[in-house]
Design a protein around this ligand. Structure first.
Ligand code: CTP
Length: 450
């Protein structure tokens, strides 16, 4: 009996898939089809898969060509499967020519002619209007956004807005997009906006964008007040628009996995969460000189609050802030201490004090630890009472990591809410409330209003 194996995502099942499976089956007597998981696809940079794993498996099954269907979860699995299933022929489409020659030592490798003019990527973008994205802000993060957005298929970056035309022009020239100084004209030209302007401007830009019917992805911290977060989320809901806070950690595959493991019960009931993120900034930086919106907590707080709010929620009984401040009153280092009904937590961040950046989640049976840069989660460990028993987990975090949130933003615009859990409206609102308390206690609140 000749055994054949082939692999694919089989998203939005199409004729190219059908013809590939048909010919693969004809190569032998028994066909095994490996269908990729969404997680694996994300780690290899294939974002925006629409159909669930079950739907994709069902579609492969319906062709009647597969004698066995397996799930492909990681790189390196093909090599193992071929030996495990005693495969004679490995086959894939000609778009992969040469890439699997390393398997020739174990079986025959055949690249089948790919069917022309059809692909899942084409179908994902066909019949869908490709959202035109505009960027507000021309700083460091905005510059990271463009190359990352190019890796997500199905959107186009249209233009940039900055009230100072020379900044907009410089940015637009660099990235070959249009420059806008007039907000009305900018909104006219786009469907969705990425806001990467200073914190204090977020609220007004989001409100205006929503009023103009635009979807919004806003850099963290989205807003600094509970009432404002509630108002904006309600407005978005009413208008059927997407409003997402861009905390990149929340959307990266490793962090989602870490949260899943922490909540799985393997470390028992979670009782203590400690997070720390420090990043030394120059004393003359915007972060340490903007006396209204600068400082460590407004700058880095979103990262260190994220695991705490995701794991313990909004019902804290007490929240205390302790800061070390510079001469201008801005916090160089802040510790936020929470008491929850069943646990405690501390979130530490600093722009002027260096410390070990770590995420520690302690439970009644064990603890989970991720070292810096845990906010770009690639690796974490689970430890137990027995020091010899350590479980290790790793994931990929590609590039600047913005591609993950952009891809989720796009899926939400396209009507899928399957990734909404990664950072919910309630979690963003809770974080805005924590920022609000910090600012009320530490700043001249009359001057706030972001
Ligand atoms: N395939 C094919 N002809 C096509 C499209 C895909 O023969 N027109 C083959 C691929 O070469 C692969 C299998 O079908 O062996 C599964 O491919 P998959 O990556 O799931 O499909 P694509 O349409 O290529 O998906 P995408 O656009 O997301 O890359």
């Amino acid at each position: 009996m000749i055994k054949v194996i082939t692999y694919g995502t089989y998203d939005l099942f199409h004729e190219g898939h059908y013809r590939l499976l048909q010919r693969a089956k004809q190569l032998g007597d028994y066909l095994i089809v490996g269908v990729t998981t969404e997680e694996y696809d994300r780690t290899r940079g294939k974002l925006n898969v629409i159909d669930s794993l079950m739907t994709r498996i069902e579609n492969v099954k319906k062709t009647g060509f597969a004698d066995e269907i397996i799930i492909e979860e990681s790189a390196g699995q093909k090599f193992r499967d071929i030996q495990k299933y005693k495969v004679d022929i490995f086959t894939v489409g000609s778009d992969w020519t040469g890439q699997f020659d390393y398997l020739k030592d174990y079986c025959e490798v055949i690249y089948l002619e790919r069917t022309k003019n059809i692909s899942s990527t084409m179908l994902r973008t066909k019949n869908r209007q490709i959202p035109r994205i505009g960027i507000i802000g021309t700083g460091r993060i905005a510059n990271r956004f463009i190359p990352e957005s190019k890796l997500v298929s199905g959107l186009s970056t249209q233009g940039v807005y900055n009230p100072h035309m020379e900044h907009a022009l410089r940015f637009a020239e660099k990235w070959e997009i249009n420059a806008y100084q007039d907000l009305e004209a900018f909104f006219e030209a786009i469907d969705a906006v990425y806001i990467a302007s200073p914190h204090g401007t977020h609220y007004a830009y989001i409100k205006s964008a929503l009023e103009h019917g635009k979807h919004v992805l806003c850099e963290k911290p989205m807003v600094l007040e509970t009432a404002r977060a509630e108002e904006l989320f309600s407005c978005a809901k009413e208008k059927n628009l997407v409003l997402m806070e861009g905390i990149k950690t929340a959307y990266c595959p490793g962090f989602a996995n870490l949260m899943g493991i922490a909540c799985s019960g393997i470390i028992g009931n979670i009782r203590n969460v400690e997070t720390c993120f420090t990043k030394l900034e120059r004393p003359d930086s915007r972060e340490l000189t903007d006396v209204i919106y600068g400082g460590s907590f407004t700058e880095l707080g979103s990262y260190v609050l994220l695991p705490i709010v995701k794991l313990f929620g909004k019902e804290y009984k007490q929240l205390l802030f302790h800061s070390i401040s510079g001469e201008n009153g801005l916090d160089l280092f802040t510790k936020a201490s929470f008491i929850y009904p069943n646990g405690i937590a501390t979130a530490t961040c600093g722009l002027g004090v260096k410390s070990e950046g770590r995420l520690l989640i302690a439970g009644t049976k064990g603890y989970l630890v991720a070292e810096a840069p845990w906010w770009k989660t690639t690796y974490f460990e689970v430890h137990y009472e027995d020091p010899g028993k350590v479980e290790k987990f790793s994931d990929r975090f590609l590039g600047e990591g913005l591609r993950y949130e952009i891809s989720d933003f796009l899926s939400m615009i396209n009507g899928s809410s399957k990734n909404e859990f990664k950072l919910t409206r309630g979690e963003s609102t809770t974080m805005a409330g924590i920022m609000e308390q910090f600012l009320r206690e530490n700043r001249d609140y009359e001057h706030m209003g972001a």
